[in-house]
Design a protein. Structure first.
Length: 113
């Protein structure tokens, strides 16, 4: 069983920054993809960014140039550095592991205008 524990959410003014972390523990494949998704009130969960153990990265167009995903494979931890935050970035951010398929509990990010 895999557990994903997120941290780093909070309230920030527009233009500010936050850094999210997600630590994975349990029976994790040595080759995997970890990433972040988000869900705003009344909307479906959407893709934000992913990174593989080999370092392949993908970003949603809406966050390119503002967010940076990284990982520490030795710690099974993925990070999301969020800069130039906008009110439309407000959402619950969920950490994801592709195999075995796992989700974190979510961390709230609120950006005030």
């Amino acid at each position: 069983q895999v557990q994903l524990v997120e941290s780093g959410g909070g309230l920030v003014q527009a233009g500010g920054s936050l850094r999210l972390s997600c630590a994975a523990s349990g029976s994790i494949s040595s080759i995997n993809v970890m990433g972040w998704y988000r869900q705003a009130p009344g909307k479906q969960r959407e893709f934000v960014a992913t990174i593989s153990t080999g370092g392949r990265i993908n970003y949603a167009d809406s966050v390119k140039g503002r967010f940076t995903i990284s990982r520490d494979n030795a710690k099974n931890t993925v990070y999301l550095q969020m800069n130039s935050l906008k009110p439309e970035d407000t959402a619950v951010y969920y950490c994801n592991l592709n195999w075995p398929p796992s989700w974190g509990q979510g961390t709230q990010v609120t950006v005030s205008s």
